[in-house]
Write a protein that binds this ligand. Structure first.
Ligand code: NDP
Length: 276
């Protein structure tokens, strides 16, 4: 039976919600961090503790820390995230900033606040990256940049914390069936509407190709969030956890393939898949 308190950010839906619920089943005192009261109420109805936390708001992070007090933490799962998509040539820079603010700076901000409690609990930090933190695709440069950076931050942090009893582990899922795809498409629609007509001529086919691929994940090929939650549970409980866990067949194929496949061959394969 696992023990101790674990905080999971972005616990309202998808991987975060599945993880918060699974950690409770494993025996942890699972605390779901959410932004909306309705989500907090739902999690509490499953017996979880909750805190309010927006990873982009320093006041909210400090309030969450005050809420939890200085009690030792067995784990912190940095999971909150969004997906921004659009061709870099026309991507509003504010969207790039928002992507990095939520998926990267926010994770670091939360980690900074809770590190003393993690040190006290000899706990583990689990950062939810993506196969997109290893292989960059066209039209999702902002997302890839956030996840590549999160991978680097995770390695740096693990090496900084060496000998302090706090481990840092990275989770790299492939396609998972969660609301992130719908939300990402809605945001992409908004971004696309603001682009000049030229954008459609230059990138329209590729955008349509990417939408086809994401729809496949959402409707058919994506794994269930619970599968990722179980790996996060393993990362938190294994005697000797790995530093990285690829999750899902697509990630397990694409990750190693990217290491051996010549980059230009990979460029052509991706272009073909997206209908270029
Ligand atoms: P969801 O959209 O289901 O969940 C995202 C969560 O992040 C929600 O709880 C959302 O809260 C929260 N969130 C968004 N912005 C903020 C913020 N500013 N502060 C605090 N919380 C915030 O997506 P997933 O479950 O798919 O995504 C979870 C993580 O998994 C992300 O980091 C994503 O990049 C990663 N991932 C997902 C994959 C997939 O295929 N789905 C694949 C690989 C990685 P709210 O409801 O309040 O908006």
């Amino acid at each position: 039976m696992a023990t101790g308190t674990v905080l999971v950010t972005g616990a309202s839906t998808g991987i975060g919600e599945a993880t918060a619920l699974h950690l409770k089943e494993l025996g942890f005192d699972s605390v779901g961090a959410v932004r909306k009261e309705a989500d907090a109420e739902r999690l509490r109805s499953h017996g979880l503790r909750t805190v309010k936390l927006d990873v982009t708001d320093p006041g909210s992070i400090a309030a969450a820390r005050a809420d939890l007090g200085d009690a030792p933490l067995a784990g912190l799962v940095n999971n909150a995230g969004i997906a921004v998509a659009g061709p870099l040539e026309f991507l509003p820079l504010d969207q790039l900033r928002l992507q990095l603010e939520i998926n990267l700076v926010g994770q670091v901000a939360v980690t900074q606040q809770f590190l003393p409690s993690l040190r006290a609990g000899q706990g583990r930090i689990v950062n939810v990256s993506s196969i997109g933190g290893r292989v960059a695709l066209p039209l999702v440069a902002a997302y890839n940049a956030s996840k590549f950076a999160l991978e680097a931050v995770s390695d740096s942090l693990r090496r900084e914390l060496y000998g302090q009893g706090v481990d840092v582990i990275v989770i790299e899922p492939g396609g998972v069936r969660t609301p992130i795809w719908r939300k990402g498409n809605e945001l992409a629609d908004e971004i696309q509407e603001e682009m000049p007509p030229e954008a459609e001529r230059l990138y329209g086919r590729m955008i349509a190709g990417l939408r086809r691929e994401t729809l496949k994940i959402e409707q058919k090929t994506g794994i269930e969030p619970r599968e990722v939650a179980e790996i996060i549970g393993r990362a938190l409980t294994a005697k000797r956890p790995r530093t990285r866990y690829l999750v899902g067949t697509d990630a397990k194929i694409r990750g190693p393939l990217a290491k051996v496949m010549p980059t230009r061959l990979m460029d052509r394969a991706i272009a073909r898949q997206l209908g270029r």
